[in-house]
Write a protein that binds this ligand. Structure first.
Ligand code: URA
Length: 242
């Protein structure tokens, strides 16, 4: 097995990330002898290459857990990103299957459209939303007026918001009045506030990419399950480096 692979990832981290519970729970699974790597009982702390090693828990290969689901939704405007809205507005969780129960990964404003992941994998959710993992989110913003080069530079270098200066962003004018912004923070109404601060209120906002995930063929209100390749690429995007 792959205990000698220095470039691999620690087994308990991999298990946690793919949805087997906290790091401690996963360590217990290993200590109880429930985890095998390439057919041999795994040792705590061994490193695995998720692409090439066959990891099983209770005999079932990880990554084919029927109880952990991942949906990619193209959220329409007017739908709220919560599990339950006290005001009775339509919610994103009502669009996807209700069993097993899933939760949105991060938030899009009610009037924002575009890609949103819903899953019951809490560890992946944490990693995708926590700024320390730096997963990029790309937005297309239709704004009032036509931003000048200096406005674009300000957006790119960082804008002073009431909760602090924004981190450097990738910013491009894709047509008159339409900007593509790529950020890796997830502050409340961040893109709208950034654009307003440089004098261009957002008229329409669409999220077009989450880390490695994009899908131009999904219409507003449509959803699909992530493919195994997409799940793996998301896992890689939030993997620890140690
Ligand atoms: N930034 C915003 O301003 N709104 C969103 O919904 C997402 C990012």
């Amino acid at each position: 097995m792959s205990t000698e692979k220095p470039e691999g990832e620690r087994l308990q981290k991999v298990l946690s990330r793919v949805g087997f519970g906290s790091r401690r729970v996963c360590e217990a699974l290993i200590l109880e002898g429930k985890v095998k790597v390439n057919g041999q009982e795994a040792q705590l702390g061994c490193r695995v290459e998720i692409e090439t090693d066959l990891v099983t828990v209770d005999g079932a290969p990880i990554g084919v857990r029927p109880d952990v689901v991942y949906y990619l939704l193209n959220k329409p405007a007017g739908v709220v990103t919560t599990a339950d809205d006290p005001q009775g507005r339509p919610t994103v969780v009502e669009i996807v299957p209700s069993d097993p129960r899933v939760f949105p990964v991060g938030r899009l404003d009610s009037d924002t459209e575009g890609l949103l992941i819903l899953t019951n994998n809490g560890e992946l959710t944490h990693r995708l939303t926590h700024p320390s993992f730096g997963v990029e989110k790309e937005y297309v913003a239709v704004v009032e007026g036509n931003p000048s080069r200096s406005s674009l530079r300000l957006l790119r270098e960082g804008v002073d918001l009431e909760d602090g200066k924004t981190s450097p962003a990738k910013v491009a004018l894709i047509e008159e009045g339409t900007i593509r912004l790529t950020i890796h923070e997830g502050r409340n109404r961040q893109v709208r506030r950034m654009c307003s601060t440089v004098g261009h209120q957002v008229k329409r906002l669409i999220r077009t990419r989450i880390g490695p995930l994009s899908d131009r063929s999904l219409s507003p209100g449509e959803w699909r399950e992530l493919t195994m390749t997409e799940i793996r690429s998301l896992e890689r995007a939030v993997a620890d480096s140690d």
